[in-house]
Write a protein that binds this ligand. Sequence first.
Ligand SMILES: Cc1cc2nc3c(=O)[nH]c(=O)nc-3n(C[C@H](O)[C@H](O)[C@H](O)COP(=O)(O)OP(=O)(O)OC[C@H]3O[C@@H](n4cnc5c(N)ncnc54)[C@H](O)[C@@H]3O)c2cc1C
Length: 397
Amino acid sequence: MKSPVVIVGAGLGGVRLAENLRNGGHAGPVTMLGAEPHPPYDRPPLSKTVLTGVDERVDLKPADFFADADIDLRTSTRVTAVDPGTHTVTVESGAGIERIEYGTLVLATGLVARRFPGTDGVAGVHVIRTVDDALALRDAIGSASRVAVIGAGFIGCEVTASLHSLGVPVTLIEPTPAPLSAALGVTVSEMVTRRHREAGVDLRVGVGVDEVLVADGRASGVALSDGSRVAADLVVAGIGGYPDLDYLAGSGIEIADRASGGGVACDGVGRTSVPDVYAVGDCANWHDADGTPHRVEHWTHTVDHAALTAAHLLEHAITHQVVPYFWSDQYGLKFQMLGSPRADDEVHVVDDDGRKFLAYYSREGLLTGVVGAGRVGRLMKARQYLVSPTPISTLLD
Ligand SMILES: Cc1cc2nc3c(=O)[nH]c(=O)nc-3n(C[C@H](O)[C@H](O)[C@H](O)COP(=O)(O)OP(=O)(O)OC[C@H]3O[C@@H](n4cnc5c(N)ncnc54)[C@H](O)[C@@H]3O)c2cc1C
């Protein structure tokens, strides 16, 4: 690997990459540039313990980690351009504009939350991607009489569950017929839906939000595509995020097409189309083991990317076996997904007590994934069967 190493983005992917390089014996200079003013922090707690106020700790590393590991962490420093020709990045910080030379560049710039159209600057409309977003939402909850959550993906569902645990009435609005059905299929989606309905959440499915209603500069509710309206003094848009890659304009670094998820196009170790430039985490579109390009927005995926890219840069043998994994905490239950289940797979529910469940997914007779709630041990045991092709019959006998 060429020195110095410069990492753009001081989030999970950037930190894990730097840590893996150091643990793997790399002694050369490592600089990490992060746009946010905060030291690197973890995002999963934002929609869970931070929102509920149970635990505000989010730091990814102890305060002295970066100095001890000789990693030059620069916060409030945004990269605005990359020039592979001169091997430099342009940064803007409180100190002004500066160019920094790299030998190896790693892009780990994550996502930006998508805002509901027309709501920029409207008070009472929130997203949740950064710690500042989470704290702003939490501060606003106290005075809310009803919250409208737009989008029942994992984050929308988690925010709903967290608000519900605080006793705040929530209306959760989802345009598809059932939450998460596009990702997990109808059978498992119905099990997740049950949790929300039992909790008393006002769940509106098969209906979109046409407009966020505004009165005196503040959100006052949402107008739905079926003509109805929901009065709400807080609106949370859980409608996903996108990689903000404007800083790569003119760099020649290939961006993946939308159909495969967008993001920085990479091979199976994070190499981009430009020599000495790599990408990891939510902003990266990798060719994973099955050869298909895709962009995944999961914590463990980012950790796997950072491990694989670091091993490649260190010229270590790659022994890391990737099995996609995702979790979500809702209503006191841990929802988990292992593997790459698809909505059109065959679903085998092997355990359902009305609250906790476990389901295997298969395609052409082979296990593709496992999804469960409150079944941590059994789900994790199935990981071994997802490392290589396994007939579903092995698990159903
Ligand atoms: C609310 C929330 C809850 C989540 N819960 C779960 C969960 O339960 N389970 C799960 O598997 N995953 C969860 N995730 C997803 C997980 O947190 C992400 O997959 C992970 O954070 C991705 O890491 P990353 O390093 O790619 O990006 P990030 O963590 O987003 O870090 C990227 C950093 O780069 C910085 N940056 C961006 N552009 C620039 C620039 N031009 N110059 C300098 N710095 C820049 C950003 O400010 C940011 O700090 C959750 C995410 C959110 C937002």
